[in-house]
Design a binder for this molecule. Structure first.
Ligand SMILES: Nc1ncnc2c1ncn2[C@@H]1O[C@H](COP(=O)(O)OP(=O)(O)OP(=O)(O)O)[C@@H](O)[C@H]1O
Ligand SMILES: [Mg+2]
Length: 363
């Protein structure tokens, strides 16, 4: 069982979007998930269209008129997906608990009652480093720190990591943090520069999965649903599904083996002529004369839309040569944001979204 606090004291970095959609994606993978809305703004509660009389405040407070236990307020949203709602009154808890001994362990204490029933518990934190975030970190064994690629500040994230380290030291409690690049705009060169800075700073602590900017994530929140419920074929749904797989498989970037643009070209320079024989040069092409952008994404490039997966337009035909290693590879085209399989390739395989990926075999 893993308890993860989704935190960053900076506002609007994608905490709530990540908490909701990663929870939904983990549940879709058959994991039993409890999402705790621990922000008095109650954005996760509203973003899932829940309007409850009682909230986590009534569990933590000693003076609430609706005092209750945690299990009494858990709402079942979907198969495997449960929510603990929040409300604005949670903002008063800090003052209420100010003289209490062990006030930083309140959430951890109440979670002990239910935690064994879930595979994952995600806590959506408020945008500050106050008592609520400290409680969340004290209850958690990991922290997911979403950072917005375009507004990234090393100092801000470093401060949060200091707090996490302080909690580990003072409360003899271990929290393993990971940085998640969120709201990534692959149309901007600037985003790639920032991605490189994040990877250089936090190395193996950065998730391989990147959450791209996608309007469906905003729309789904406004519609009161997870993006997987709203439009399971969109980029946002795919990104959070990929992130859930990365978390479940426990994958890690290897320290010092961070994949940066420079590293990739260095590695390629090192590949000798004989080694090149292990690769097949594949030309991907698609006819889309009216399109503005076309990418080829697949298991060979981590399904990422970036400079290396962008096709070039030649007389209405979009084209790119990519070296692929021996074996079977799955891929799709992304034409103006729409995911399509290769119309000229009859070889396909079903994907988790109920659609087909195109398949190419390198012998
Ligand atoms: N990948 C994305 N693409 C497009 N919009 C996004 C993405 N991630 C988040 N957003 C939008 O950005 C805004 C801020 O996101 P979110 O509420 O998840 O941030 P937050 O860190 O929880 O904010 P707060 O600090 O206020 O709690 C929301 O309107 C959300 O819909
Ligand atoms: Mg939020």
């Amino acid at each position: 069982m893993e308890i993860a606090a989704v935190c960053n004291q900076k506002g609007g970095t994608g905490k709530t979007t990540t908490a909701i959609n990663l929870s939904a994606a983990l549940a879709m993978n058959g994991k039993k998930v409890l999402l705790i809305d621990f922000d008095p703004q109650a954005h996760a509660t509203m973003g899932l269209n829940i309007d409850n009389k009682r909230s986590i405040y009534d569990v933590l407070s000693k003076i609430s008129k609706n005092k209750c236990r945690l299990k009494d307020i858990i709402v079942e949203l979907d198969k495997n997906f449960y929510l603990v709602p929040s409300s604005i009154i949670l903002s008063t808890i800090e003052q209420e608990l100010s003289d209490e001994i062990g006030r930083e362990c309140r959430l951890s204490d109440v979670l002990a009652e239910v935690s064994s029933e879930y595979d994952y518990i995600l806590i959506d934190c408020p945008p500050n480093l106050g008592l609520l975030t400290i409680n969340a970190l004290r209850a958690a064994n990991s922290a997911i720190i979403p950072v917005e690629a375009s507004r990234f500040s090393v100092d801000g994230v470093a401060r949060l990591i200091e707090i996490i380290d302080l909690i580990c030291e003072r409360l003899s409690h271990k929290v393993d943090y990971r940085v998640l690049v969120s709201i990534f705009d692959s149309r901007l060169r600037h985003s790639f520069d920032i991605l490189r800075r994040i990877q250089n700073n936090f190395k193996e602590k950065v998730f391989s999965t990147i959450i791209h900017i996608n309007v469906k994530l905003k729309e789904s929140q406004a519609a009161g649903k997870s993006v997987l419920d709203y439009d399971k074929y969109c980029r946002g749904a795919k990104d959070y599904f990929t992130l859930s797989r990365e978390i479940i498989s426990g994958q890690r970037n290897i320290p010092g083996k961070q994949v940066t643009m420079e590293k990739i070209s260095e590695e390629f320079k090192k590949v000798t002529h004989s080694k090149l024989k292990e690769f097949g040069m594949v030309t991907f092409s698609v006819s889309a004369p009216a399109a503005h952008s076309v990418f080829v994404v697949g298991d060979f490039n981590n399904w990422s839309m970036d400079e290396k997966s962008m096709l070039e337009k030649r007389d209405g035909i979009w084209i790119r040569k990519i070296p692929l290693s021996k074996g079977s590879h799955q891929y799709r085209f992304v034409v103006d944001g729409q995911w399509l399989n290769d119309p000229r390739n009859p070889h396909t395989a079903p994907n988790p979204y109920g659609e087909l990926n195109s398949v190419v075999d390198i012998k």
